[in-house]
Design a protein around this ligand. Structure first.
Ligand code: ADP
Ligand code: MG
Length: 364
């Protein structure tokens, strides 16, 4: 009885999510640090809408409207952000591959969302830690039915080369960097190690951490009591800064870095757009990043992109660039009243979920 209702409920929930499309875009605005510059945020709607104002134009002419699946303003907490990410993350324990990206210019809050203010510390932890904590909890709750093994891998992609972060010498091949984790303490240790390695490289090369993509991969292996095997993975990606580098000002290594970043971010955009448009050819092989994530992008995999922006006027150009990129990969139509646009099929499934929920409540 109980399990059947729960399973049915989950199946229907997943169907609703599938019908809505497997690509979601959330936007997060960090707090303003510089009180001197104008704040460009005009309106943040509960429905995921965002209005910004060009600080160099009169109010009427400078309005730009965007629409995402979800908006998080400057006062949104780590827990609020996690709460809306949790169902997606949990689906990895049911065998779905999931990819979560943090996109935005350097200083817009990508690392804050994914790792928190300081790697390896419990204070204000981000999605990476909260996700693993949640997966451990699910694993322990289901331990009589499924036996889960959880491994974590941390790699960095710099100038189209993949390099391991959380290995003792920082040089081993990605294959050799699977770390078995059994508790949140293991995870913190690993993240500290990853953080240290990134700091080491950032002193060696001019602030390298913002010039590389950091990929934390959680591999899930489950075996249930009848011997069925489940395999899935969760990718948590802190992307390189998306800011455009003025080609007239940089040369040599910096120019090469910028070109690699531009190329891989636009490849990522192309892949997600192709998926959103349900194209038959998806150009995964055009960059190391999309190639690495291939199994977790498209098909039945679920993708979430966080578009990070600063509210400060002097970042307006980059903010518009980020929002346009995010809008391009989003399946949400600009300015659409989404609640009214759901198909009959979705509404019917929702009604079924409601009645199943009621049935469940009566059983408890
Ligand atoms: P990025 O990784 O995009 O370069 P960071 O995450 O390092 O940016 O954020 C830049 C600075 O802003 C950091 O000092 C970070 O702690 C702070 N910050 C970013 N987002 C928030 C937020 N939502 N709340 C409080 N501080 C934030
Ligand atoms: Mg960062």
């Amino acid at each position: 009885g109980y399990h059947k209702v729960v399973t049915e409920n989950r199946k229907l929930y997943n169907m609703v999510q599938d019908l809505k499309g497997n690509i979601r875009v959330y936007c997060r605005i960090r707090p303003a640090f510089n009180a001197e510059t104008k704040n460009v945020i005009d309106y943040i709607g509960d429905d995921g809408s965002l209005v910004i104002l060009d600080p160099s134009k009169p109010r009427k002419e400078g309005r730009k409207v965007f629409q995402f699946n979800r908006m998080f303003g400057p006062i949104a907490t780590q827990d609020e952000v996690f709460k809306d990410t949790q169902p997606l993350i949990r689906s990895v324990m049911d065998g779905y591959n999931v990819c979560i990206f943090a996109y935005g210019q350097t200083g817009s809050g990508k690392t804050h969302t994914m790792s928190g203010p300081s790697e390896g510390s419990i204070k204000d932890v981000g999605i990476n830690y909260l996700a693993l904590e949640d997966l451990f909890e699910i694993s322990s709750r289901r331990k009589d039915i499924i036996n889960y093994d959880i491994h974590v891998q941390m790699v960095e992609i710099y100038n189209e080369q993949i390099r391991s972060c959380a290995s003792e010498n920082g040089l081993s091949l990605p294959d050799a960097t699977m770390h078995s984790v059994k508790s949140t303490a293991d995870v913190l240790h690993l993240m500290k190690l990853g953080g240290v390695n990134r700091v080491v490289s950032s002193t060696a090369i001019n602030n390298r951490s913002s010039r590389s993509h950091s990929v934390v991969t959680v591999h899930i292996h489950g075996k249930d009591i009848s011997g069925n095997i489940l395999r899935s993975c969760l990718h948590l990606v802190d992307l390189a800064g998306s800011e455009r580098v003025d080609k007239s000002e940089v040369t040599g290594d910096r120019l090469k870095e910028a070109q690699y970043i531009n190329k891989s971010l636009s490849c990522l955009g192309d892949v997600i757009t192709a998926l959103a448009q349900k194209n038959s050819h998806i150009p995964y092989r055009n960059s190391k990043l999309t190639h690495l994530l291939q199994d977790s992008l498209g098909g039945h995999a679920k993708t979430l992109m966080f578009a990070h922006v600063s509210p400060e006027g002097d970042s307006f150009g980059e903010t518009v660039g980020t929002l346009k990129f995010a809008q391009r990969v989003s399946t949400v139509e600009l300015g659409a009243a989404r609640a009214n646009k759901e198909s009959n099929e979705v509404l019917q499934l929702k009604q079924q979920i409601d009645s199943l929920k009621k049935a469940l409540a009566n059983k408890e």
